[in-house]
Each structure stands twice: as C-alpha cells, then as structure tokens.
Design a protein around this ligand. Structure first.
Ligand SMILES: [Zn+2]
Length: 225
C-alpha cells in the first residue's frame, strides 16, 4: 500500500494549498514554510462574534497567501483544498471549543451556485473536519434563494438583510438537542453564519459554534460566495 501511495504521489503530487509547492508529506495540510509564515490567529483574535452562536473561531486572518488560496479553492475549483482547509478548521475548533460538539454541519450554497461550482466548498471542509474529529457530519440546511454576493455589500446591516430568510431547515434534519459545529470557508461580518445558527436553534439545536478557515475584515475583499 505504501508503494502504491508513493507511486500515486509521483503521478499526482499533493501541493500545499497556500503556496503550491509539492508536499513532502502528502498527508500534511500545508508545507512547513506556510506553517511558519501564515497569519495564524491566536487566542482571542481567533474569535468573532456571530449572532445566535456561542463562538465563531477561525484559523487564519484573510490576508497574505490566504485570499488567493481560498479563491483557488472556490473559483478555480480546486476541490483538493477541501481536505486541508477542513483539517485546519477542525484543529482550530479543537483548540477553542469549550465542549465537544455532537455533529458537524455547514452553511450550504444555493442550488444554482452548487451547479456552477460542482461542489459545495463548505461541505467538503465539514466532511474533512468531521473525519478528523471523529464526529458525524450531517446536512441540516437548505439555501432557499440565490442571494446577492455578500462581498458586494460592505454595510453589515445590508449583509444581514441580504441573508435574512435565505436558509431553512432541511426536512428531517436531526438537530434537536444537539450541539452543532457549523463550518464555512470565510467569516466576515458573520451575517451568513448567524442566519444559519438562528435557523438551527429554531429547529431545536442545543447550541451552535462556528469554525472557519479564515476571518476577513468585511471590506469586500473576501470573494464572492
Ligand atoms: Zn506552502
């Protein structure tokens, strides 16, 4: 098996999602240089207030090499970034959560965006994070309408209005009494995650935490959906 993995590594080398160098350890989420140089968020910096959530924690600031890596994932559709980004979100959640959640879920794309992209970037991250944490990953939400890109709106109130009513609980979603970790790629004002957390709480969830790869400042820098 090791031989096979080695041969596959030569054919399909695994690259660092942040700088594109080939990883010596194909299981690692990033290269040693990025491990040292990326803008990691430490302590309280990692937390952003999100309505209806008990905490939203992000591994990285959305600057330096991070925006390009996120764009590569979402817009150049490099699905392989889902695993390393999910692992980094999982590590961040484990560093900051006061309790172990019961399950992971994600803030879904609209059907239209999902068709365009071919995958849901938050779902891939949630699945990788759940596998790393040994926790189930469950679909819980549906995006009802195709909203304007949040990054086109810099006013936090407009961002909140834009996503209001945009999500609904999936029929049969098992959220009642559960502590859920909601995963997404980037948090900015937290409007989207707050709206999702609200719907999950209304559906009977016990508490919601959020984990994202990166935290942006909300100046329209964080890319579209
Ligand atoms: Zn790197």
């Amino acid at each position: 098996m090791k031989l096979l993995t080695g041969a596959l590594g030569l054919l399909f080398p695994v690259k660092c999602p942040f700088c594109q160098t080939i990883l010596e350890d194909p299981e690692a989420p990033l290269c040693p240089e990025c491990q040292t140089r990326l803008p990691w968020l430490l302590g309280r910096e990692a937390e952003r207030k999100v309505d209806f959530a008990d905490g939203c924690f992000s591994a990285l600031a959305y600057r330096d090499r991070v925006p390009e890596a996120v764009r590569r994932y979402k817009f150049a559709r490099v699905r392989a970034c889902g695993r390393p980004f999910g692992l980094l979100a999982a590590q961040c959640a484990q560093d900051h959560l006061p309790q172990r959640p019961d399950a992971l879920t994600w803030a879904p794309l609209s059907d239209r965006r999902l068709r365009e992209r071919g995958f849901d970037q938050a779902e891939l991250m949630a699945r990788a994070a759940g596998a790393a944490m040994g926790l189930p990953v469950i679909p819980t939400l549906k995006k009802l309408k195709h909203t304007k890109a949040q990054s086109d709106l810099t006013d936090p109130r407009k961002r909140r209005a834009n996503v209001q009513g945009a999500y609904a609980l999936l029929p049969g979603a098992e959220v009642a009494g559960r502590r859920l970790l909601l995963v997404d790629d980037v948090v900015t004002t937290g409007a989207t995650l707050g709206e999702c957390a609200k719907v999950l709480l209304m559906g009977g969830a016990d508490r919601i935490w959020c984990a994202t790869l990166a935290q942006a400042r909300g100046t329209g820098e964080e890319g579209k959906n």
